[in-house]
Design a protein around this ligand. Structure first.
Ligand code: NAP
Ligand code: MG
Length: 476
């Protein structure tokens, strides 16, 4: 049975309580995890504090980095086991799970090899002064991560934090946390001192809420829904704790008349069906210039209708969605689309032979006449794509920016002027030109604007987010 990792030990919840873990593949309980709560979080934060200010502080940046690189190697050695665990827990296709594990390993490699390359500054100042700006760890960092990419998310948020010398407490989602526990076990094998990498499993409103409200954390990074993100930020604000939020998205593809259709069509379909649409950056809106609308949407429909949904072992485009509540939510949106007068242009197929009781939804391509429907405004978090025509570049930018979200966008055109203007006008944290997604994009700064959140992860910028500066002013 999976256990939490607190202070270098595998532990159950102090209360002794457990939570069922349900397989999205068939709806059955396949294991249990400890139901950690405030008391367990408190132990984990205390262990992290002692580690951060004791043994971990004695490690040089080079030594910390080497441990992270070693952990990356252990992840690769155990990649198949981790992939199987991830696929079982999340329901995703086994090849996607394998890719996620490679990306997780890459995070520890990237930040491990960057740890000793973070330098301070020397600032020229008045005569008689020497000024240094040095970078220091924040202390104890809290990481609340979602179920859609548990392995990638734990790598993304924990690796830069440990590289900078912080100690972590991770609260994974109750729906998918097995790979997170396993990587914390591997971290111990790699030689990370006890208390540096803690994992507390449990319910969001118990373990998650008490972690974000804990008075002795110095930073919290949260990825998940907007509603919970706001709660986490409020809780952190009670103790003036810095917060990075990576929330939802409603990313738009903006497709102009001169698009390279061959390039665009498969990338656009993949951008919404990958991970069964359960990706914050999913390209869920398709804005197409009117002159080519019919031709282009015809090609998208043809490609979209080839989408197949099945179990992780079937290794198709989509797996089941994570749980009953996501299943109901996606199906509710499908019903609402019809009520709102949207036209279904294509649907994928659920493969014969998927087990009863699993959470399989039908990938659906809608066409809308206007941007009013909730299907175009709200994050669905499922394989649902909605297309809409536009006339001018100005209108396209307006529509791309019309939702509350601002995470990602793509512009499809062969015209350099259009590419640059639209890329600069869309309000989001990442924008693609003639492509979509960057296979993990570990090196590339990532995050949202507007209601998609604030702060940046990935790339070297995460090392700044997860550390602080101290200015030393020396009079002489
Ligand atoms: P969620 O509730 O926001 O969960 C994200 C994380 O926050 C999980 O670890 C969750 O734990 C924890 N959490 C829940 N309530 C909390 C609280 N009061 N205080 C602190 N932490 C708390 O997301 P969800 O319910 O899993 O999914 C709902 C919607 O969120 C999705 O449909 C989607 O729109 C969005 N979402 C976005 C992303 C993204 O990558 N941007 C990822 C996942 C979900 P438990 O899961 O154990 O409750
Ligand atoms: Mg939840």
């Amino acid at each position: 049975m999976p256990q939490m990792i607190i202070n270098g030990r595998k532990t159950d919840a102090i209360s002794g309580q457990m939570l069922d873990v349900i397989s999205p593949v068939d709806g059955t309980v396949f294991t249990q995890i400890p139901r950690g709560d405030e008391a367990d979080v408190d132990l984990a934060v205390k262990a992290a504090r002692i580690a951060a200010e004791g043994p971990w502080k004695k490690f040089t940046a080079l030594e910390r980095g080497r441990l992270l690189v070693k952990l990356s190697g252990l992840i690769l050695e155990n990649a198949e086991q981790l992939s199987q665990l991830e696929a079982k827990d999340t329901g995703k296709a086994i090849s996607s799970a394998r890719n996620d594990i490679q990306v997780m390993a890459r995070y520890f490699e990237f930040y491990g090899t960057a740890a000793d390359k973070v330098h301070g500054e020397v600032i020229p100042f008045l005569n008689g002064y020497s000024v240094q700006v040095i970078r220091e760890p924040l202390g104890v960092t809290a990481h609340i991560i979602p179920w859609n990419y548990p392995a990638q998310m734990v790598g993304r948020s924990v690796a830069p934090s440990l590289a900078m010398g912080n100690a972590c407490v991770v609260k994974p989602a109750e729906d998918a946390c097995l790979s997170v526990i396993r990587v914390a076990e591997l971290a111990l094998e790699a030689g990370l001192p006890a208390g540096v990498f803690n994992v507390v499993t449990g319910l969001g409103e118990e373990a998650g809420a008490s972690l974000s409200a804990h008075e002795d954390i110095n930073f919290v990074t949260f990825t998940g829904s907007n509603e919970v993100g706001v709660l986490v930020q409020k809780a952190a604000a009670e103790h003036a704790v810095k917060c990075v939020l990576e929330l939802g998205g409603k990313s738009a593809h903006v497709v102009f008349n001169d698009v390279n259709m061959k390039l665009a069509v498969p990338a656009i379909v993949k951008g919404i069906i990958a991970n069964t649409g359960q990706t914050c950056t999913a390209g869920s809106r398709l804005l197409i210039q009117r002159d080519i609308f019919n031709e282009f949407i015809g090609l998208v429909a043809e490609e979209f209708s080839k989408t197949k949904v099945g179990t992780p072992d079937m290794d198709l485009h989509c797996g089941p969605v994570i749980n009953k509540s996501q299943f109901d939510r996606v199906n509710r949106y499908l019903e609402q689309g019809k009520k709102d007068g949207l036209k279904i242009l294509a649907q994928g197929q659920i493969q014969a032979g998927v087990p009863d009781g699993g959470y399989y939804v039908t990938p659906t391509l809608f066409v809308a006449d206007n941007h009013d429907s909730d299907l175009l405004m709200q994050e669905i978090f499922g394989p649902v794509l909605v297309a809409l025509a536009f006339d001018t570049e100005e209108q396209a930018v307006h529509l791309a920016n019309i939702t509350d979200y601002g995470l990602m966008a793509a512009v499809w055109s062969e015209n350099g002027g259009i590419q640059q203007r639209v890329a600069k006008e869309v309000k989001c944290g990442q924008v693609y030109i003639n492509g979509f997604g960057a296979g993990g994009g570990v090196e590339l700064p990532f995050g949202g604007v507007k209601r998609s959140g604030h702060g940046r992860e990935k790339g070297l910028v995460a090392l700044e987010e997860m550390s602080t500066t101290k200015t030393i002013i020396h009079y002489h």
